[in-house]
Ligand binder design. Structure first.
Ligand SMILES: O=C(O)[C@H](O)[C@@H](O)[C@H](O)[C@H](O)COP(=O)(O)O
Length: 244
């Protein structure tokens, strides 16, 4: 069973980031009372970095034992380590490296400097998840593109359809760069909580389409992932403008 989507609207992007950060701190503390380690999948985009900056500014963050948090990414642009366009580089710049994480528990997707191909990278990443990624993610964060994409699963792109796999190489992405590695819908099914963080009027149509009762993830990938315990759409007022 998965949880039906619930919508939470905040006045603006900063309020959304701050509230999501407080929520994340609480979720990680909770997860650490259930299990030795909390497992979180981060996202790129401006919201992926905004939540990290807000976590850093939240006094409550000291309640989390950051050395017992395992960090993953839902997708990565297939670029060399440290490239400014990589999701992890942008998250690092937002303050990820200042949280006190154990670098051995920060699982980065190998780029072309560390793997022969996006396929090989996806395989290596999937292997790490099998080894260290417990039974389920505690929290998976997603940004949503104006086209309704999540992670690197794009509308009508064949990579969406891969089954029996944890991670997939994505080529010919409609958004640059063309080569990426993404977790699959199947992998995201193992999530306790799935949170979509969406701000801005340019996302209003995509949000409404994803939340429509007859939404199909082939057309609107953001309609796909759901958490077992919670599926939260954390929006600012502009992104929520067309939600009924
Ligand atoms: O891989 C990418 O090209 C981006 O990371 C992308 O997937 C981003 O997460 C969304 O477009 C939401 O972006 P915002 O958070 O800036 O709205």
């Amino acid at each position: 069973m998965t949880a039906a989507p619930r919508v939470v609207v905040h006045p603006d992007k900063q309020a959304l980031a701050d509230a999501a950060a407080a929520r994340l701190v609480t979720a990680l503390v909770d997860a650490q009372t259930r299990n030795p380690e909390a497992q979180v999948a981060l996202t790129g985009g401006s919201m992926g970095s905004a939540i990290i900056a807000s976590v850093l500014a939240t006094p409550g963050r000291a309640a989390v034992d950051w050395s017992r948090v395992r960090v993953w990414w839902g997708d990565e642009r297939y670029l060399p380590a440290g490239d400014p366009d990589r999701n992890d580089t942008q998250n690092d710049a937002a303050g990820l490296s200042e949280l006190g994480l154990d670098p051995a528990k920060v699982h980065r997707v190998p780029g072309p400097d560390e793997s022969e191909s996006a396929e090989a990278s996806a395989e290596t990443y999937a292997r790490s998840i099998r080894e260290h990624g417990q039974k389920a993610w505690d929290v998976v964060l997603f940004g949503v593109g104006p086209d309704g994409h999540v992670a690197s699963l794009f509308p009508h792109h064949p990579a969406q359809r891969l089954s029996d796999a944890i991670a997939v190489a994505v080529h010919d992405s409609p958004k640059p760069p063309p080569d990426r590695v993404s977790l699959t819908f199947e992998c995201f099914e193992r999530s306790h909580e799935v949170w979509f963080l969406v701000a801005g009027g340019d996302k209003a149509d995509a949000v409404a389409a994803a939340l429509a009762p007859d939404a199909d993830r082939w057309d609107v990938p953001a309609a796909g992932p759901r958490g077992e315990d919670a599926t939260l759409w954390l929006l600012d007022a502009d992104a929520a403008a067309r939600v009924r």
